[in-house]
Write a protein that binds this ligand. Structure first.
Ligand SMILES: O=P(O)(O)OC[C@H]1O[C@H](OP(=O)(O)OP(=O)(O)O)[C@H](O)[C@@H]1O
Length: 218
């Protein structure tokens, strides 16, 4: 599978990005690794729930990579891979504005008819405090999901809310993240600043002067 847009093999840069955290090639490798994990170890998880808007790019590429992987890798384990239903959730944080500290999360999950009795994988572009994934997992369980797992491209583990960590542990949730993310303001590959930069084919650290004075998070 292609890693995405290229111009004659030249590295793509953006003037607002200070440094690249994961380039397109690294993301491509991560997608292949995560797809193998999903079609082998999560093969009976039959509902994928990308968290809009940030996870759309990741989910679009990962779900297609899962399809390719399960078609190409022919063994008994992969042959039993469930053809997934893909249905987005939207999760909006609200609290003190610029930071997700102490914020509540308003969740709109797919309907219970999609989720009930099924094993569900949440797809996140980034886990930061973990409150979004926790709130969504709670709703999915309330809707009757048999089990909820969590797959993310980026993990800002040092910023995790202990309550989220405790919840994930109590539920014994299967969690896989491709990259540990530095505690910097990262954009690209779905991650935004004020709705922009989601189209970058890589993840990078936004130059501080772009968000100076706004106390931006993530
Ligand atoms: O672990 P948390 O601290 O909850 O943060 C992670 C969430 O934050 C981002 O979404 P955001 O609220 O920025 O909206 P977006 O998806 O529209 O970009 C990201 O896409 C995750 O869903």
């Amino acid at each position: 599978m292609s890693s995405g847009p290229r111009v004659a093999g030249r590295p793509v840069e953006d003037p607002d990005v200070a440094s690249v955290v994961c380039d397109a090639e690294m993301i491509e490798g991560a997608l292949e690794t995560l797809a193998v994990l999903i079609v082998s170890q999560l093969k009976d998880f039959s509902v994928f729930v990308p968290v809009a808007t940030g996870a759309m790019t990741f989910a679009s590429d990962l779900t297609r990579q899962c399809y390719v992987t399960q078609r190409v890798v022919r063994d008994d384990v992969v042959r039993t891979y469930a053809r997934p239903v893909i249905a987005c959730a939207t999760c909006a944080s609200y609290g003190d504005g610029t930071s997700s500290e102490g914020a509540k999360v308003d969740v709109r999950a797919p309907g219970a008819e999609v989720v009930r009795g099924r094993k569900v994988v949440i797809l996140e572009d980034i886990i930061d405090s973990g409150r979004t994934a926790m709130a969504l997992a709670k709703v999915l369980y309330e809707q009757g999901a048999e089990e909820v797992a969590l797959i993310a491209l980026m993990d800002k583990r040092e910023r995790r809310d202990p309550e989220a960590t405790k919840y994930f542990e109590e539920k014994n949730m299967k969690i896989a993240c491709a990259f540990l993310c530095p505690d910097e303001f990262v954009v690209g590959y779905g991650l935004d600043y004020q709705g922009k930069y989601r189209d970058l084919p890589f993840v990078g650290i936004l130059k501080p002067e772009i968000f100076a004075g706004e106390g931006g998070e993530k």
